[in-house]
Ligand binder design. Structure first.
Ligand code: FPP
Length: 226
């Protein structure tokens, strides 16, 4: 029996190195990375079983980058959402976010809200962008919301109070050769299959994704059992 793949998560890493290797400005790497986001989203929207694609687009630690790069990534996400709306609609993709976007500019917050609202009834694939997201921060917020609601702090309740309720991750991929989780979806990754590839995010192809998925589907997932 093949493993079913419903929730795929990706840590998109290596944009900067991709650009530097070519003597280009780092921002060029982010631009190319946005094209990979589009390709991979289309692949997942065409896949039989994938329901959710979660992409780590901006971590709580990414604010530590030079202000000019942060500004560029913000503007790129804004442009991407604007140009992607037609694709979300034609491919039946719902757009969602996790993380605290309240620190973003008013115009980007508005763009995020409009995109969510316009795509809310689409149901082939949900693309979740993790924006100003940190896994520890998500767990702390979830526990605090239970305490505030005077609910018992237990696994099912924490699971439901997270930004991504009921969505355990089946397969997580990190590009660019780093073998780290970097505070991504700590709770939801508990039993995920993890794949690390040396490919830099702008070079990550749908062929490679397809090969990774084939291998995942043949794996024996025991979830701690035998
Ligand atoms: C990692 O590469 C990438 C980021 C921190 C930003 C992610 C942004 C994108 C993939 C493009 C825009 C996103 C969307 C949704 C349109 P890095 O800069 O850490 O690369 P490096 O490790 O080689 O320096």
């Amino acid at each position: 029996m093949k493993n079913s793949l419903q929730h795929l998560a990706i840590i998109m890493d290596g944009n900067g190195r991709w650009a530097t290797n070519r003597g280009l400005a780092r921002n060029k790497g982010h631009e190319e990375g946005a094209l990979t986001v589009r390709r991979v989203t289309e692949y997942c929207a065409n896949h039989d079983t994938i329901e959710t694609l979660t992409l780590y687009a901006f971590s709580t630690e990414n604010w530590n980058r030079p202000a000019i790069e942060v500004k560029f990534i913000m503007a790129l996400i804004d442009r991407y959402l604007q140009s992607e709306l037609d694709i979300y609609m034609s491919r039946n993709v719902r757009f969602e976010t996790i993380g605290d976007v309240s620190k973003f500019s008013k115009s980007l917050i508005k763009r995020i809200e409009i995109t969510k609202e316009t795509t809310k009834n689409n149901n082939k694939l949900t693309q979740i962008l993790a924006l100003n997201y940190g896994g520890r921060n998500e767990i702390v917020r979830a526990v605090n919301s239970l305490i505030e609601a005077k609910m018992e702090v237990n696994e099912p309740n924490i699971g439901e109070a997270l930004d991504t309720p009921y969505k355990d991750i089946d397969l997580a991929i990190r590009t660019s050769g780093e073998h780290r989780i970097s505070n991504f979806l700590l709770w939801q990754l508990s039993y995920s299959e993890l794949v690390f590839t040396d490919t830099l995010w702008p070079d990550f192809s749908n062929d490679e994704l397809s090969q990774i998925i084939d291998i995942y589907q043949k794996k024996n997932r025991r979830f701690g059992g035998l």
